[in-house]
Design a protein around this ligand. Structure first.
Ligand SMILES: [Zn+2]
Ligand SMILES: [Zn+2]
Length: 700
């Protein structure tokens, strides 16, 4: 490859080379550091870098996230176990990473004439190893000479400060912990996934990717446990007794104090007992209490709030926050802190936000307070504070998702400084012939912080009429409600993420991706996460042949030890040695049982492939399934009934021969036959009813 644009290199010698994680960050850092605020963008073979002047010359070059990765020492095909690894440029280990080769060449070239190195990647595990490996492998062993910029926002003020006062050395404890994490995950992933994939391939002759991993396995396991509880759930009946009482003109529903009632006769006896009787208020209990504001956002709570309000998956929220961070609108999002230190400058941020009409009133109100004190949570993160708005206003127009998340972060930030809300709760006990019924009321007297967090929080007020003790109460009716207990709820992406957080498996940076992977592998489906038959089979196989690997306890113990490396209380060598000790017997056992495992997985895969082609029930024989079939003889595609193979049903329907066809899982509103998606390149996918005689097709 020819590097011809070397004019600039030749002219300038001795500059500071700053390495960032992403191109956007490089551009921001360069223009923040340039004395005139205008860095010069250059490119070399398509790789951008920036030149700034600040006393000395500065060159800022970005990475593209991870440029290096863990790979096997030797090429081993699909064989396992593999325990020897090394760090290599990504283009050597991954398909589709060819661009990385050029990228690294340019960085190396820029490193040649640099006399000072600064790592300005994001200050966390991932960022630290990105910077470290570039300095070590692409810059000729500069990892021990480099300085470290530490910042939580991409605002000019903070970037200038972090450049003027850099940390003297890289954070090696963090780097060791990060390298260990990647290596351990690689060892788990490569060995277990190869074992499963090979077993299925050797049995059926067909290749399909079956993966599992250190965190993926236990996550699939608790999804599976929940799925089985749902599938085996037997509803049991119970009864609720309610009294419809009259207070003034209003009719209110009071709950029997012993609800739910498990024996029907008991509930009926209460009703008989109340028949024709009036009631009397026995006790009126009024309490006023303060409701403190919510805490500042850490990544997990922001992901769960964005899911609750906008139905964004954790993965989506994660990428939106990343963009807002790179646009210098919010602070670093991958944080587990619920603290907002004073140094971030509460007042300055509020003043800047107050320039926008939509925040003017709220910001003004807060700025009028004598003291600004955030209502902080317990969680702390040494690297970054909680997520907060920088006070910068958007320089480009935000799309609606970005706007939603930014507004949410801004309003949560303001709410954190708000006064507690004042809430009154009222509990009234009504006695009907010796049976007690309860009314619960709730009223917000002063909204406090809730007003600042509008429209994202609504207080659920139930206002009761004024009642006194000893008041006669008219009873309209006492009723019995038949109920059945419900199965446990399915996880959704947000509650699953919370469970992983609670069990302390995975990291802020990886959890959302693991949930996504389970879906991509078709182990799970749907927003209310359902484990597929394939997912259940994989989970069963893992449970049976390598219970240690999916054990929550073992996974958590390993997490703790990797955290300990970060604290300097454990070594990478120990953890890697023990990981291999865990995996050795596991891979042996998987190998011994390869045939049995292969048979189970192959059958599950075959069923899953068939399931993907099922468009619906056969409307003719009513017990076969209609599937998309390609004829071996003519090569034509059509829909046929599975009972054809049993010789009992010959129903078939034509399909378009061009484009892709997928089941929709729905039926036609007009004729009730199943529908399919048809997608032809260059067109929008459309919904097609498979019935050629469908009334919707008559108009042509
Ligand atoms: Zn049929
Ligand atoms: Zn139809």
């Amino acid at each position: 490859m020819a590097f011809n644009a070397q004019v600039w290199f030749a002219a300038v010698n001795g500059y500071t080379l700053i390495i960032t994680e992403k191109p956007d960050a490089a551009s921001r850092i360069a223009s923040a550091l340039d004395a005139a605020g205008k860095a010069v963008r250059k490119t070399e073979n398509g790789v951008p870098y920036y030149v700034a002047k600040r006393g000395t010359d500065i060159v800022v070059v970005p990475a593209l996230g991870h440029l290096y990765t863990v790979a096997g020492k030797k090429k081993t095909g699909r064989s396992y176990p593999v325990f020897d690894f090394r760090w290599v440029p990504r283009y050597l280990a991954e398909r589709g990473a060819a661009r990385i080769r050029t990228w690294l060449k340019v960085i190396s070239k820029l490193a040649e004439n640099a006399d000072r190195f600064i790592d300005a990647c994001d200050y966390d595990i991932e960022g630290s190893i990105i910077g470290y490996s570039i300095l070590k492998y692409a810059c000729g062993g500069k990892e021990n000479a480099a300085q470290r910029m530490k910042y939580s926002t991409l605002t000019r003020e903070e970037l200038e400060k972090s450049y003027d006062e850099p940390l003297g050395i890289l954070d090696f404890a963090l780097i060791e912990a990060g390298l260990t994490r990647h290596e351990v995950d690689w060892l788990y992933g490569i060995n277990l996934s190869r074992a499963l994939t090979t077993a299925a391939k050797n049995y059926s002759g067909r290749y399909a990717t079956l993966s599992t991993g250190r965190v993926q396995g236990p996550t699939l396991k608790f999804l599976e446990t929940r799925e089985k509880r749902i599938k085996c759930f037997v509803p049991t009946p119970y009864w609720n007794v309610k009294a419809k009482i009259k207070v003034g003109r209003r009719v209110l529903e009071a709950e029997y104090e012993k609800n739910p009632v498990e024996v029907k006769a008991e509930a009926e006896a209460v009703i008989a007992d109340c028949q024709g009787r009036d009631g009397e208020t026995e006790k009126v209990n009024v309490k006023t209490f303060q409701q403190e504001s919510l805490f500042p956002f850490d990544l997990g709570s922001l992901q769960s709030e964005a899911y609750r309000l906008f139905r964004y998956t954790p993965m989506r929220t994660s990428s939106i926050t990343q963009r807002l961070y790179l646009a210098a609108l919010i602070s670093y999002p991958r944080t587990s802190s619920q603290k907002l230190p004073r140094e971030i400058g509460y007042k300055t941020i509020l003043k800047k936000l107050g320039k926008l009409p939509e925040y003017r009133q709220e910001a003004g109100e807060l700025l009028g307070k004598p003291v600004l004190k955030p209502n902080e949570g317990k969680k702390f993160d040494p690297a970054h504070p909680a997520i907060y708005p920088t006070g910068n206003l958007p320089e480009r127009s935000l799309n609606s998702a970005e706007r939603n998340v930014w507004d949410l972060v801004v309003r949560r930030f303001m709410a954190v400084f708000g006064e507690p809300a004042l809430v009154q709760s009222v509990k009234v006990t009504v006695n009907i012939n010796g049976n007690r019924f309860q009314l619960n009321g709730r009223r917000t007297l002063d909204e406090g912080w809730i007003r600042l967090y509008t429209p994202y929080f609504k207080s659920a007020d139930v206002v009761l009429p004024v009642m006194e003790e000893g008041q006669k109460i008219g009873v309209k009716q006492v009723v019995l409600e038949d109920k059945f207990t419900l199965p446990p709820a399915r996880y959704n992406p947000s509650s699953l993420l919370k469970r992983m957080e609670k069990e302390e498996i995975g990291t802020k940076a990886t959890r959302a991706g693991i949930i996504q992977t389970l879906n991509t592998r078709k182990y799970t489906q749907g927003e209310k996460i359902e484990v597929t038959d394939l997912g259940l089979e994989v989970a069963d196989v893992l449970n049976e042949y390598c219970p240690d690997v999916v054990s929550l306890e073992l996974t958590r113990k390993l997490e703790e030890r990797m955290d300990a490396i970060q604290q300097g209380n454990e070594t990478r060598k120990n953890v890697l040695r023990d990981t291999i000790e865990i995996l050795k017997p596991v891979t042996e056992k998987l190998k011994e049982n390869e045939r049995a495992i292969g048979e189970r997985l192959s059958q599950a895969l075959t069923a899953a492939r068939l399931e993907e082609r099922v468009v619906g029930m056969c409307p003719v024989c009513k017990n076969g399934k209609l599937v998309i079939i390609r004829s071996r003889t003519s090569g034509k595609r059509f829909v046929g009934c599975t009972n054809y193979f049993e010789g009992t049903c010959k129903t078939s329907f034509p399909l378009p021969q061009k484009g892709a066809v997928k089941p929709t899982g729905n039926t036609c509103k007009s004729c009730g036959y199943p529908t399919v998606w048809v997608w032809i390149r260059g067109n929008r996918p459309w919904n097609l009813c498979i019935n050629p005689l469908c009334p919707t097709k008559k108009k042509t």
